[in-house]
Design a binder for this molecule. Structure first.
Ligand code: G3I
Length: 478
């Protein structure tokens, strides 16, 4: 293993032109990148050119995550997993971290299924959103029957036990979910918590949560809070303003963003996000799905994405599922992938809004005829896998594959997010940019590859508290 001090290394540009990269990427994609990605099931990031080609990579360039709700029972399906790993940088358990799943009987916790999701996210370097600690729905029967003191201690015990189990793994917890009534009343929902514990229960849940995991962001999460002029939006806003003014610990507000014709994307969506952010909390779009199809659906997705990007405290977007047929309302076809995992127009709209480009996509294959690729049609792809993780660092491996013809050299940029640092590398010869965040890896005796064959290089990243996945740039033939 070679040890390197990135900041001390002189950078070597050697950067291919944008048009060359795009042509190479397109060709690499049609010549087999998709097959490589799908077959590994391990790939976290595909090659990207200057314009990122996946939702996660494009969002990362804007300092955001792009997440999906995941169901544990689909984690054995290869296309589901390869799409998840390729496109998304954050995961929310769709049902597995809810009270009925984790504590079906009092003080008897069952973490195994939720742990499968957590471990998948960890293995891929994805963020994990915790959903949800206290919610009137999917609440086991035994909780409904408790009287005041018992309910208070059960609620606090649930928060304490669950947050302790996942301490250090969760980026943001939905501490309280859907505690306000729909309609024009602006009232608190008449849940068992409201009935037995009175108005103070939400505040108590947040105070308990802060103690249980001081490093997780604590969110209030709700739906139909998108339109600034709606009573429910105003009621939640008043609560958050009250909390922030009195020092009740709250870090973020989740906007579920389930849209359909009865609840369309409002024209003042950006205003809503910005007004909440101006209270000093982060905002997150937590369960996005939009009923519809084609360009009409796509434009609504584009608008939501633009609204998040326009608010600096909007941390990221989570869509509530991956392919349409696994949605909780599959008849509305509300997601970004169709049942065959083809990218929909909505996908392209989101990717474009994030500044990415669908260059590597779903154009059905075939050579695009482009190319200053050395004349033999050869290009290369680079795919990333996290191989190990310890308390302070993790190892990444990048597999470089020659596509379309033999190659005699390659280069792959790897970008880590400050304060991460690459502390060592192997099977490659790195150069560094001035910041020390961007390493360009070139061969160290492993540059010659026959068509279809692969080599790999590896590196260790000191996390320094940031566990985000390195960004792997486009592989260039040299
Ligand atoms: O797993 C059982 C299965 O064993 C059983 O045969 C089947 C028959 O009913 O039910 C299955 O459980 C279902 C579960 O989803 C898993 O598919 C539940 O009935 C069903 O109620 C549950 O629906 C979930 C819903 O929350 C419950 O309120 C949806 O998947 C989930 O997407 C949805 O998510 C919520 C968010 O948590 C909060 N915001 C709204 C959002 C959409 O409703």
């Amino acid at each position: 293993m070679n040890s390197h001090a990135p900041a001390e290394r002189a950078g070597r540009s050697g950067r291919p032109t944008r048009s060359r990269v795009l042509r190479q990427l397109r060709r690499a994609a049609v010549l087999g990148a998709a097959a490589v990605l799908a077959s590994t099931g391990l790939v976290a990031t595909a090659s990207t050119a200057e314009a990122a080609s996946t939702l996660g990579a494009a969002a990362a360039e804007k300092g955001r995550y792009f997440g999906a709700a995941v169901a544990a029972n689909h984690l054995g399906e290869s296309t589901y997993v390869s799409t998840l790993n390729r496109e998304f940088t954050s995961v929310t358990a769709e049902n597995e971290m809810k009270w009925d799943a984790l504590e079906p009987n009092r003080n008897s916790f069952q973490f195994a299924t939720a742990d499968r999701i957590a471990s998948h996210a960890r293995g891929q370097g994805m963020k994990l959103r915790g959903h949800t600690l206290v919610w009137h729905s999917q609440l086991p029967g035994w909780v409904q029957n408790l009287q005041t003191n018992d309910l208070r201690s059960a609620m606090n015990n649930h928060i304490n036990q669950v947050m302790a189990h996942y301490r250090g793994q969760i980026d943001s917890w939905d501490v309280v979910n859907e505690a306000f009534e729909d309609g024009s009343s602006g009232a608190r929902r008449n849940s068992v918590f409201q009935q037995r514990l009175g108005n103070g229960w939400i505040e108590e849940a947040f105070r308990t949560a802060r103690q249980a995991d001081p490093n997780a962001k604590l969110c209030y999460n709700d739906y139909n809070t998108d339109n600034w002029s709606h009573a429910k939006t105003q009621a939640v806003y008043a609560m958050v303003r009250d909390f922030t003014s009195r020092g009740v610990p709250i870090d973020c507000v989740g906007f579920q963003a389930h849209f359909n014709s009865g609840n369309p994307v409002p024209s003042n969506y950006h205003t809503t996000l910005q007004n909440f952010a101006d209270l000093g909390v982060d905002v997150q779009i937590t369960e996005l799905d939009i009923a519809g199809s084609g360009q009409q659906q796509a434009e609504q997705y584009r608008g939501i994405t633009q609204a998040c990007l326009a608010v600096s405290r909007c941390n990221g977007i989570t869509v509530w599922g991956i392919p349409d047929h696994y949605s909780w309302r599959s008849g509305d076809t509300p997601l970004l992938f169709d049942r065959n995992y083809n990218k929909k127009a909505a996908y392209t709209a989101v990717l474009e809004a994030l500044g990415g480009s669908n260059s590597g996509g779903d154009d059905g294959g075939g050579d695009d005829g482009g190319g200053d690729d050395g004349g033999n049609g050869a290009t290369c792809t680079a795919t990333y896998t996290q191989t190990d993780r310890w308390g302070d660092r993790f190892n990444g491996q990048v597999t470089v594959t020659a596509t379309g013809g033999p190659i005699s050299g390659w280069s792959v940029p790897v970008t880590v997010a400050s304060p991460q640092r690459i502390s060592s590398t192997w099977n490659g010869s790195p150069t560094w940019d001035g910041s020390g965040n961007v390493m360009t890896m070139r061969p160290n005796g492993n540059g010659t590859l026959s068509a279809g064959s692969s080599t790999s290089f590896g590196f260790t990243v000191m996390a320094n508290g940031n566990w985000s996945q390195p960004r792997i740039g486009a592989c260039s033939v040299s």
